[in-house]
Design a binder for this molecule. Sequence first.
Ligand code: HAM
Length: 416
Amino acid sequence: MIKAVTGTKDILPNEISKWNYLESVVRSVFKSFNYSEIRTPIFEETSLFARGIGEETDIVGKEMYTFLDKGQTSITLKPEMTASVVRAYIEHSMASKQPLHKLYYISPMFRQERPQAGRLRQFHQFGAEALGSDSPMLDAEMIHMVYEILKRLGLKDLMVKINSLGIPEVRENYKKVLREFLLPKKNLLSEDSRKRFDTNILRIFDSKVESDQDLLKNAPMLINHLDEKSKNDFEIVKKILTTVKIPFEVDSKLVRGLDYYTKTTFEIVSGKVGSQNALCGGGRYDLLAEQLEGKHTPGVGFAAGIERILLACENEKSFNIPEEKLDFYIVTIGENLSEKVYEAASILRQRNFSVEFDYQNRSTKAQMREANKLNSRFVIFFGGDEYLSGMVSIKNMQSSEQRQIPISELQTINID
Ligand code: HAM
């Protein structure tokens, strides 16, 4: 039997109301902060991600779904949106239309990672990118928006972690300091961290190996080596978060797995989802547009994993979706009235009521069972002598009150 590919998931009808609810919260928060939606293609030229995210990152090095198309172009299914949004911003000269663009998205992403709870190969993110300003107010706004979304979804067990990675010159100098500190201990590092020592030394902070973390205990920290502007901007971000009462923790080890970050970075982790606990991550990327051959365009953004958030919501039992209700179920009694029932349903549906009836010639009892299962607010009975005299019965399923009405009244019926 053919099954869905490992690490992908069907979202079945009984789960979709959670997704729709989450998406409605996301859209309403983005609207209140005046963000506009952007949709980009599912695939891009591979070089966009290689250049944007960084050749040495896990995403580009190990996780991308890359293939040659029939024209021998190397194509990659998007593993994230930031590079695509910046590509679209440059390609459509969006800067010439207005200096600041505040954009959001909800989209599937693809990464060939080892699947586990909260880690899939096709997963979904919502996120935002603000392009065209280096104001730290926007850094705070990103954290504020996603925190607000998570709060409206009823999540409580959250920790906001923030850090600043400074400007590249400062970071390069700091990497030298860190290299000097770790060089005498290099042989004691895990194999992965030894590799990172040469390729991307900051990522050693991400190591899950305890002995690596022990070796890092007295390491010099980037946050203490920041340039004045990064330091001031970071102070402003902290002040705003304090003002709007968002609790946070400065985590000087938060380096993030993508190479484009400058200055502020952040993550929000949940205490309720196991080891894959980052519900979202983001930060500033003031040099990305130039790396992609655009003009200098400061930017900041975040993305959040929808599957992980829904898992946290489930584990915290954070929200209850009201059960879907049907407005009318039409029960047919006796003779074959299919086109008449179809016509009545059509009249009601045109007035935007939700309507269902029987397609399988079932007994009246089975039809009533179905009406109950579908949570129908009213049942309309079609058939018998009553129908021959131009009438139908309508039953309010909550109060059990039943009355007769002329069939023609279905055109004007009100149920509120
Ligand atoms: P990221 O940290 O790679 O950042 O991903 C953001 C979020 O996507 C993660 O915190 C997690 O919730 C979710 N996620 C990532 N990988 C998976 C996976 N395999 N399965 C399920 N969920 C996953 C970015 O993608 C950046 N583009 C964020 C950003 C936007 N930075 C600036 N602007």
